[in-house]
Design a binder for this molecule. Structure first.
Ligand code: 1CP
Length: 353
């Protein structure tokens, strides 16, 4: 489209151009989990912090690990370093990260458990995260956009109810079937807290927001409508009311063909496509929607590297040419990713194939 020069200057940050209607010759690029254990400098800062949540709640260190991948690769966007489980932690549910095992929470499976959470108390921890955002606003290069985020209420609830990560989110799905009103109360609390959390991130300087719904794919259509689409639309509507110019990207992982419906029903400005979405679907299925498409290289191909990586990058770029597109992975970077493969990927995308 050859619109790079002047139109991008108008929106300042290349990352935001697709949200302003521009299809760039070279799409903006950032990667989910771009900060993390694959980087030696992250491991050093993480060791300095000691515990994972301490890293999230120490603005100086959280800002530092947010900046690390920007210094190395010059991504078009930085993503705030935090975690989706900061919300249940801030609400007062005990959250721990057990080394080598992942998150552990004291499970909540009833109205009594829910009554122990305190939305008022969450403010103090949300303010710490907002302080990280404010620091980043100072420290990031002017051309780099800052993405704030939260977990979608459904996905966050799956951890709160299960008490840990799980393959099939059994406990949350069963609670939702057996006692939909009780489960709705948990979702409502998460909707309200997520709006508050995102609002604080935008007021502190976030340019864009992403809602991670990593377990959206575990629900059949009627449950998907109630627990994924409904709450996401409420958050999207509230943010549009508070901050009309801030784009919101939804990432309903595993939604499959339902992603198109998710877009039209929630009104998100961007749709994150997961690894299993075929590129021809990314390039065609959303044509009727006013939405920016983001995705979807396999994180394991980024581990494997080599010519296969270049070929697949070129294929995605070819199919998305002329579209409002943001290059990303289909899920987060994994720890065993060689940092040089990330450099190879960025160079390939920037070369425009
Ligand atoms: O250092 C470590 O050992 C901790 C590893 C780690 C990191 C780097 C965790 C624990 N969280 C994070 C950061 C993180 N998590 C970010 C920061 C910004 C970035 O992308 O660079 C973001 C956006 C998240 C989001 C997140 N956390 C999601 C949604 C995306 C996804 O991956 O599906 C989920 C599901 C979580 C929960 C979580 N946090 C950490 C782990 C290991 C998990 C997964 C738990 C599980 O289901 O087993």
């Amino acid at each position: 489209m050859g619109e790079r020069g002047q139109d991008v200057a108008a929106s300042q940050k290349r990352f935001l151009a697709p949200f302003h209607g521009e299809a760039l010759d070279v799409p903006p690029i950032w990667l989910m989990r771009q900060a993390g254990r694959y980087l030696p400098e992250y491991r050093a800062t993480r060791a300095e912090a000691g515990d994972f949540l301490t890293l999230c709640y120490t603005p100086k260190l959280a800002a530092e690990v947010t900046l690390q991948p920007i210094r190395r690769y010059g991504f078009d966007a930085a993503i705030l370093f935090s975690d989706i489980l900061v919300v249940p932690d801030a609400l007062g549910q005990g959250v721990r990260f057990v080394e080598g095992e992942g998150p552990r929470l004291d499970p909540i499976r009833s109205a009594e458990g829910l009554a122990q959470l305190d939305a008022g108390a969450a403010v103090a921890k949300f303010d710490i995260v907002a302080e990280t955002v404010a620091r980043l606003k100072q420290d990031l290069p002017r051309e780099t956009a800052l993405i704030g985020f939260c977990g979608a209420p459904w996905t966050v609830a799956t951890y709160m109810v299960q008490g840990q990560g799980s393959a099939d989110q059994t406990e949350a799905r069963l609670w939702a079937y057996r006692d939909p009103e009780g489960f709705q109360a948990l979702i409502d609390l998460l909707v309200a807290s997520s709006i508050d959390y995102l609002d604080r991130q935008v007021r502190a300087g976030a340019d864009c927001l992403q809602i991670f719904d990593s377990w959206a794919g575990s629900l059949p259509d009627d449950e998907f409508d109630r627990w994924v689409v409904g709450p996401t639309r409420e958050i999207r509507d509230a943010i549009r009311e508070l901050h009309p110019s801030i784009p919101v990207i939804g990432f309903p992982r595993g939604a499959g063909p339902t992603a198109v419906w998710y877009v039209s029903e929630t009104g998100v400005d961007g749709i994150g496509c997961d690894t299993a979405t075929p590129p021809f679907i990314m390039s065609e299925a959303f044509d009727e929607e006013d939405v920016v498409v983001q995705g979807n290289l396999d994180p394991l191909l980024l581990v494997a590297g080599g010519s296969r990586l270049d070929e697949r990058v070129d294929e995605i770029l070819d199919l998305m040419r002329g579209k409002r597109f943001i290059f990303n992975l289909g899920h987060g970077i994994v720890p065993q990713t060689p940092p040089e493969n990330v450099a190879q990927l960025v160079a390939r995308v920037r070369a425009g194939a």
